[in-house]
Unconditional design. Structure first.
Length: 80
């Protein structure tokens, strides 16, 4: 695959935001993945933050399933 901006260079990876092939000159290597230099760094960081938060929500939702069930069982027993 070739760089989107430099057709004479091989791409080292894809931008996580726009999925274009990037050479080492055009790419910024972030902890979250590659981004177009000067263009998509913030967007890629935002995407990574959204994915991390979604994982936290899923973990919390899995725990709350048992808490909600226990609450309804307790409430139904208190009515009797």
């Amino acid at each position: 695959m070739r760089c989107f901006n430099h057709s004479d260079r091989e791409a080292v990876g894809l931008c996580k935001a726009c999925h274009k092939g990037l050479c080492s000159e055009c790419a910024t290597d972030l902890p979250a993945g590659l981004a177009c230099r000067g263009k998509h760094e913030r967007r890629v960081e935002s995407l990574d933050l959204m994915v991390a938060r979604a994982g936290q929500v899923q973990a919390t939702a899995a725990k709350s399933r048992y808490i909600v069930s226990a609450f309804f069982v307790a409430m139904s027993l208190s009515i009797l």
